[in-house]
Ligand binder design. Structure first.
Ligand code: ADP
Ligand code: ZN
Length: 659
């Protein structure tokens, strides 16, 4: 996830930038200007007015018969231009015809008219002139003219359009029009699009105090800061400074934040780029961007290059012949490897890269001398979540009594980014209710909203549907309450939220391994919804789609991945390299496939029956719970305790939080 405090966005390439300011750029507006100028020029030459159209009759009566005509030109066999003798022009009858003395054209033609056919025109003229004296007869000249402007436009316009389209596309591709980081238009497609933070005002302000938790990662990363600050301490003893470190972890856990903090602590420039920025539709662009990035970085050394989502280019090369390999991506990766080998270890450029899947990266990237360190960034545990809350509630106005520990307990499985989101959302919710300070309830609402989406109070749901939903959710709640190993329930609602019509909220335990019993109990309570519908109404609905999907996946995982089925045994078909997704053939035989299918079905059937049995035994409680749910829409674990008594396996929710 890219960070967003890059208001001081700077172009990554200063050199071309300077050039551009001095080099006159070709500009389409010049063409318009020239055309306009030509237009005005023509107008100017013709000053005094345009030739006026007259009829054949007027021409004959007023001009021809009085021997005023100097010459006649027939243009393109259709238009006749009439030139009047200069001395005859100074006459009231012409002023009248032309609409005033000032409108008399300086140079001819003064009048024109159009003719039907050339023959009739010539016949008419000959007939009239036949009575003229020979020296008064005027000769007709002929002219073929081209419409120059029209012709020019007809071939210029397509070219102009083509050039415009071409410019537009290139601008878009090099990211200038689209607001990317590059500069200078079409010439910069091969330049890196890295964002750079280096000058005084854009220096990275993030430091380790902005990063909560992640203690182990911080220790490792602290070393890098030290390398950058005092390289001689290490090189004096003959040691080599590492070139790169890979930050591995789920999205939103603060990998970008950590990399920035390193740059901020070491006070060095920070180049930030996403792996997908290298990829472009042109062959060779990725590799050229890598080259450009490194050459820029070397000029600014010591510095940090951060490549987010490196898996976009760093996936293992050519291992799946099925789909053909992506040559362009491989070239980019090869270039990256070459660059990393190419520069001297002591040049002070350290490359940090982030990914959420280290296992699919090319082995060559992880070789010593490249990303030889892996720093794992995990989802925060209870204490870390509390610390992250502390960081993000700092700028908020909250009620004094707010217990961050409590908030941390309500947000298992949340990443740092989620928590930042909760804090912001809580502030918005409180503001919407015109509160002076943010209260606990606002935070809880924000958590609900982030987990489940927006509450949809006015979604239209019929009474029958509401009843079905209530029994379905009560089924989940009842079964999970009565099973020892299921996740502890926090609350059940039948208020539609996001796309769900109702929900049972659990507090998942934070555990690293899960036992078979826990998985089975969870499957059983997931099936509890449909089981309740079946038991009470003797009919089932589509409302269990999500439940069924979840259960099926879980059952398949138990059988095919975790070796939890007797018939399959301790065999796992899990493929941690991520390559299996593209394979057409399964790594097991048809016979095994059948057994797997059978085992999955069997697991689910057994758990479904178990859920039905539990509900049958406790049908009174189930009905009471559903009625309560219909009445109040939200119920909490206390209400379940009232109905069913204390939970059997009531455990300490987070055994390690007391320590
Ligand atoms: P990633 O790069 O791992 O996807 P980011 O570093 O972009 O995640 O994190 C996104 C945001 O989440 C950060 O800007 C920060 O506000 C918040 N965040 C994540 N982890 C932490 C943490 N450990 N401490 C404080 N804030 C965090
Ligand atoms: Zn359900």
């Amino acid at each position: 996830m890219a960070d967003n405090n890059n208001n001081n966005k700077q172009s990554g390439n200063n050199q071309p930038d300077k050039d551009n300011k001095t080099r006159p750029k070709f500009n389409v507006y010049w063409v318009y200007g020239l055309i306009a100028l030509a237009f005005f020029g023509i107008q100017f030459l013709n000053m005094g007015g345009d030739p006026k159209e007259v009829s054949w009759g007027e021409f004959e009566r007023i001009m021809l018969v009085s021997h005023d005509v100097k010459k006649i030109i027939v243009v393109n066999d259709e238009r006749v231009e009439v030139f009047i003798k200069a001395d005859k022009l100074q006459n009231d009858k012409y002023y009248q015809l032309l609409g005033g003395k000032e409108n008399v054209p300086k140079i001819g033609p003064h009048f024109f008219f159009t003719i039907g056919t050339l023959e009739t025109f010539e016949d008419n003229l000959r007939e009239i002139q036949s009575k003229f004296k020979p020296e008064d007869k005027i000769m007709v000249s002929y002219d073929r003219r081209k419409d120059i402007l029209g012709d020019v436009l007809s071939w210029l316009l397509p070219i102009v359009i083509l050039v415009a389209v071409w410019l537009f596309i290139f601008r878009r591709m090099s990211g200038v029009g689209g607001g990317g980081g590059g500069s200078g238009g079409i010439f910069n497609i091969g330049k890196s699009k890295a964002k750079i933070f280096d000058s005084e005002e854009s220096e990275v302000k993030t430091n380790f105090s902005n990063v909560a938790g992640l203690e182990e990662a911080k220790v490792e990363v602290m070393e890098i800061v030290d390398f950058l600050k005092n390289p001689t301490k290490y090189t004096n003893l003959g040691g080599k400074i590492p070139k790169g470190a890979l930050l591995v972890g789920p999205p939103g856990t603060g990998k970008t934040l950590l990399a920035k903090a390193v740059a901020g602590e070491a006070h060095v420039p920070f180049f930030s780029m996403s792996g997908s920025d290298f990829v472009e539709m042109f062959v060779g662009v990725g590799a050229s961007r890598v080259r450009d990035l490194f050459s820029q970085a070397k000029q600014k050394a010591p510095c940090i290059i951060f490549i987010d989502e490196i898996d976009a280019i760093g996936r293992a090369r050519g291992r799946n012949p099925n789909f053909g390999s992506n040559d362009e991506r491989e070239n980019t990766l090869n270039q990256l490897l070459t660059e990393m080998d190419g520069f001297d270890t002591n040049s002070g450029v350290i490359i940090l890269a982030a990914t959420n899947r280290a296992d699919i990266l090319d082995r060559a990237l992880m070789r010593a001398g490249r990303f030889d360190r892996q720093i794992h960034v995990e989802l925060p545990d209870l204490n870390e979540r509390r610390d992250i809350f502390k960081v993000h509630t700092q700028p908020l106005k909250m009620e004094k009594a707010l217990d961050l520990e409590f908030l941390a307990k309500q947000t298992p499985g949340f990443s740092g980014a989620d928590i930042a989101n909760v804090c912001n959302e809580a502030a918005l919710i409180a503001a919407r209710q015109e509160k002076k300070e943010i209260q606990k309830q606002d935070f809880l609402d924000a958590v609900d909203r982030i987990v489940g989406g927006l509450e949809k109070k006015n979604k239209i749901i019929s009474k029958d549907e509401k009843r079905t939903i209530a029994f379905h959710e009560a089924g989940h709640a009842t079964v999970s309450w009565l099973l020892e190993h299921a996740n502890p329930l926090i609350k059940v609602t039948i208020i539609p939220r996001g796309r769900a019509l109702g929900a049972a909220w659990y507090l998942p335990e934070e555990r690293q391994i899960t036992t078979a019993e826990q998985m089975l109990d969870e499957m059983c309570s997931t099936l509890g919804g449909r089981a309740a519908e079946q038991l009470i109404f003797s009919k089932i609905s589509t409302g269990a789609l999500n439940d069924l999907e979840k259960v099926t996946k879980q059952a398949l995982a138990m059988v095919a991945y975790f070796g939890m089925s007797d018939k399959i045994g301790n065999v796992s078909f899990f493929d941690s390299s991520g390559q299996g997704e593209y394979n057409f053939n399964k790594p097991y035989s048809e016979k095994t496939a059948e057994v797997i299918d059978h085992e999955v079905r069997n697991l689910i059937d057994v758990q479904y029956q178990r859920a039905i049995d539990i509900l049958k035994e406790n049908v009174n409680g189930l009905v009471r719970l559903s009625e309560l749910l219909l009445e109040r829409e939200v119920i909490f674990s206390e209400d379940l305790e009232d109905i069913f008594g204390k939970r059997k396996g009531e455990r300490n929710i987070e055994p390690n939080d007391k320590a």
